[in-house]
Design a protein around this ligand. Sequence first.
Ligand SMILES: Nc1ncnc2c1ncn2[C@@H]1O[C@H](COP(=O)(O)OP(=O)(O)OP(=O)(O)O)[C@@H](O)[C@H]1O
Length: 598
Amino acid sequence: MLLGAAAPLGLAGVVGAVVGRAGDVAAEGLSSPASRSALWWAAAAAGLLMVVWVAGSVRSATATALGERIDASLQRELMRVVGEPVGIGHLEDPRPAELITVGRETFRGSWGRPGRLASTVAGLVTGRIVLVGACVLVAGFRPVLGLALLVAGTWTAYEEKVASRAEAGHHYGASEVARRLDYLYDLGSTPEVAKEVRIFGLAGFLRDRYTTLWQRSMADVISPLPRRAVAANVVTAAVVVCGLAWIAVRAAGGEVTAGQAAVWAQALMTGLLGVKQSAWTGLQTELALATLRRFDEAIEAVEAVAAVPVGDAKVDRPRREIRFERVSFSYPGAPSTLVLDELDLAIPAGRSLAIVGRNGAGKTTIIKLLCRMYEPSSGRLTVDGTDLATVDVHGWRRQVAAVFQDATRFPLTARESVAMGWPDVPVDQAGVESAAERAGIADEIEALPSSWDTPLSSHYPGGADLSGGQWQKLSLARALYAVDHGAGVLILDEPAAHFDARAEARLYERFLELTAGLTTIVISHRFSTVRRADSIVVLDGGRVAERGSHDDLMALGGSYAEMFRLQAERFSDRTNDSTNASAHDSAHDSEGTAEVTA
Ligand SMILES: Nc1ncnc2c1ncn2[C@@H]1O[C@H](COP(=O)(O)OP(=O)(O)OP(=O)(O)O)[C@@H](O)[C@H]1O
């Protein structure tokens, strides 16, 4: 930076020395000492010019490398605060969630990335040094002119900074609108939502919403003309023009030599360039600083809500029971809604428990607490009497194999998708195949273009996508693979939601075999699966409303019995209807009836 700033000023002096000798060279000829001296100065000018170029390139390459490091380290920091906390509550608390989105967006474009600070600050500092150096040189002509350039240049730099900060603030203020714009843009341009967009005729609607919002956001972003910055620029330019005229007049009057005039004129112009350089890089600096501030806010906001107890007690697979003791819970995003209300629930080890209840009763929430995705608002969970909050969470999660309703569709190969159920050991192909066979997906995987090596995404060459039911079977295979390698708790959250009648029947036929010896929790609205469990609880109002075996609960005649009958009636109605329908329909429906009435 220092070289890059000093070289143009030195160049002004050296070019002045060449110009100063031009008269003597003209008078004395090319072989005169004056000519040789002028040549040496010209060579020095060429050398300095090279220094300017090289220093600029080195500065820019260094700043780019440094900027990339800054961005990468901030990205790692964001990944750390998002991914490292024990649970996921911090990702749903509205404030941190919004700031995390903003933090992520910071790195989408190059404009306003914090890493840009490395080069913009370098430009800013260089511009300031150039201005001060130029003023010192100009003061050699008339101190008052040097002072005038310094005052006008500094004022301009200040006003530009104020205007830049305001503009960066407008960008920051408009970020909420910008996010909604991005959302609309994504909806209108991604293939995943193409079906709904067409069916509901949303294309025009989305475009109109986008246009209206865009116009509104632009009104905020495009800041009013920064009058004071413009005035300061005009004054600085006037100082330079007047200074040039003054120097020309003095040179014409013979009071200063041509060489001196050349030095001071160049110094004036270099000073002006220094001011412009500060102004330009100042705007980028302010934008990058604004995003860096938002980024810091995001990190602080996440860290403020993400702190949860981290224990190191070891737990093995449950031997007696997992117990919810007076557990109450509200989601961070809806603190006033109590999802679980002093829930007492014992889950016997090595047995299967089914949890049923209406939509939104809190069944999945129980699972999330068990996996320590969230911490209870009050009460505690214990495993064989040990408080789960004191347990080494990673060790505990190795004990848990889960099939979630909304299992993530990892774009890995089929083999990896199953083997990631237990990633600590090298892939065990026989184990992968065995788990897939029990989950009922082995044949379908083997029929894929590259069998187990097929990437499960149509976005990859040679890749293939699976159906909803096939993804769910794959998720079940992954959980079974984890169980085979040591997990002792199996969680099945609507494991058959996307299964066809045959696959569902197969699952419940093998339910006892698949869950033997495991602490199994199954959540399902399909009673064909539920009834196979050793015991069943009905969740209502955040508490256990009924508990017992299928026969107990049917005999009780409560809400379980009512829900069961409603579902059974639905199937038998459909079977009756189907006797008049085609043979194909009849076969299909009677499978469903068989499952429920079995
Ligand atoms: N991340 C979340 N933030 C805020 N509220 C949530 C969140 N997840 C779930 N809820 C709310 O918590 C309640 C219980 O949800 P949960 O998913 O546990 O219900 P469920 O019994 O599994 O329902 P379903 O049978 O429909 O799957 C619901 O009212 C739901 O709206």
